[in-house]
Design a protein around this ligand. Structure first.
Ligand SMILES: [Zn+2]
Length: 418
């Protein structure tokens, strides 16, 4: 049975909340349709939705939502599924009607998706978005703005968003995605205006099931990929289907074997950094070139008539601006690639630690379980824990803006020394 929430894996509680809210939202639309002038609602609330339907605050709909959870838990999948349920002509998220279909494929006129490309979402982008979100929904239901990585809003952009969330137009819904509701991720004032939907890390078995059902991946490969990526749905799918992604993971998991001396530790650090750079470059090069070509065409390279000099100065500014944004995006892609590698490496030492403790849990990396077991025996729990902490400290340092190469070199030395 098709269903807008089908791909939201292992999140039964969140799905139940969102289904109730979608039903309440549909009831609001019906009421507004039946009564040209609502009399039960306070005048300034018109057909606003915060009161919900039926008096149960748990069932109610509200204008602003935050989806939180670890990477890969499905924050943006949840936001999109909820948006589909709100635009669904049946009000349920049937997955089949035009409202559901266009929302899920990203072509609905009243659903805007913001995916930050650089390290942060800027104020101009946010102002334009807020302005458009205030217009009347063309489909007669809701204007929906989905902001992926809302933790990457600049302070000014956050303030622009806050104004809209504080005084929402009656038919506008904001869906924000962030790792957590910690003040580092989302401002306290925005948080206080939103309802939070916490998502958990989905169990590997549930992820494997969706890879088999939706992507047609063989069950044994799906189970391995789901375990190796610790329930990260998107990464599991790539790992199962993309040879390059497998090769990168294997190179990372070879690191513990390669740490035979100081020189080897520095070599391993260089290899890790360069692999992240290469992966990032591969992901942005094509789109960088396409953007530049499109801008140059739009600017009409090489005019000579009156005003051409002024136009050329303006064009140079726009190209500079594009280069700046592209550089920011490349930095972000590099950090993300490096972080994925560190997560894989941390899981290896976590496997060694659980083995050293004799804990009855399955290893994350079944294919390096023997190596982790050998490590567990020679390091003891304390040694395995120190190594795990060295990897986590490296992630923290990079987050705190320590130069990645320096942080990774320090980590490799710590791993070698044990
Ligand atoms: Zn539908």
């Amino acid at each position: 049975m098709p269903d807008a929430f089908a791909d939201l894996v292992g999140q039964d509680e969140a799905v139940a909340t969102l289904r109730r809210a979608a039903a309440a939202a549909a009831a609001v639309l019906r009421t507004a349709g039946e009564r040209a002038k609502p009399t039960a609602a306070p005048a300034e609330d018109a057909d606003a939705i915060s009161a919900g339907a039926g008096g149960d605050p748990g069932a109610g709909m509200t204008h602003a939502w935050i989806f939180t959870g670890p990477p890969g838990s499905g924050r943006s999948v949840a936001a999109r599924a909820f948006a589909a349920a709100l635009q669904c002509v049946h009000g349920t998220g049937c997955g089949e009607c035009p409202g559901c279909h266009t929302t899920l494929t990203g072509t609905h006129a009243d659903v805007r998706l913001v995916v930050p490309e650089g390290l942060s979402i800027g104020v101009n982008e946010m102002r334009a978005l807020v302005l458009r979100a205030a217009s009347t929904p063309s489909g007669g239901r809701w204007q929906i703005v989905i902001i992926e990585d809302a933790d990457r809003l600049t302070e000014a952009a956050g303030n622009a968003l806050l104004k809209a969330v504080e005084e929402p137009p009656p038919r506008t819904v904001f869906l924000l995605c962030a790792p957590s509701t910690h003040p580092d991720d989302i401002s306290v004032t925005i948080r206080s205006r939103c309802r939070v939907v916490p998502l958990r890390q989905p169990p590997a078995a549930a992820v494997a099931e969706v890879l088999v059902r939706r992507d047609g991946i063989a069950p044994d490969v799906a189970r391995w990929a789901a375990a190796a990526t610790q329930g990260h749905v998107g990464r599991a799918r790539r790992l199962a289907g993309d040879p390059q992604s497998r090769a990168r993971r294997e190179a990372v998991l070879a690191v513990p074997r390669r740490l035979t001396g100081v020189g080897a530790a520095f070599d391993a650090a260089s290899a890790l950094i360069e692999a992240a750079e290469a992966e990032a470059e591969a992901s942005v090069t094509e789109i960088d070139a396409a953007e530049r070509a499109a801008l140059e065409t739009a600017l009409g390279a090489g005019g000579t008539g009156r005003g051409a000099a002024g136009a050329a100065r303006g064009a140079a500014g726009q190209l500079k601006d594009l280069e700046r944004r592209q550089k920011s995006r490349a930095t972000r892609a590099q950090r993300d690639a490096l972080d994925r590698a560190l997560v894989d490496l941390a899981a290896f030492y976590r496997d060694a630690l659980t083995m050293a403790l004799g804990a009855p849990v399955a290893p994350v990396h079944t294919d390096t379980a023997e190596l982790a077991d050998a490590g567990a025996r020679s390091w003891q729990p304390e040694g395995a824990l120190r190594r795990l902490e060295a990897v986590l400290a490296c992630r923290t340092a990079i987050e705190a803006n320590v130069k990645p190469r320096i942080a990774v070199e320090a980590m490799m030395l710590a791993l070698w020394k044990g």
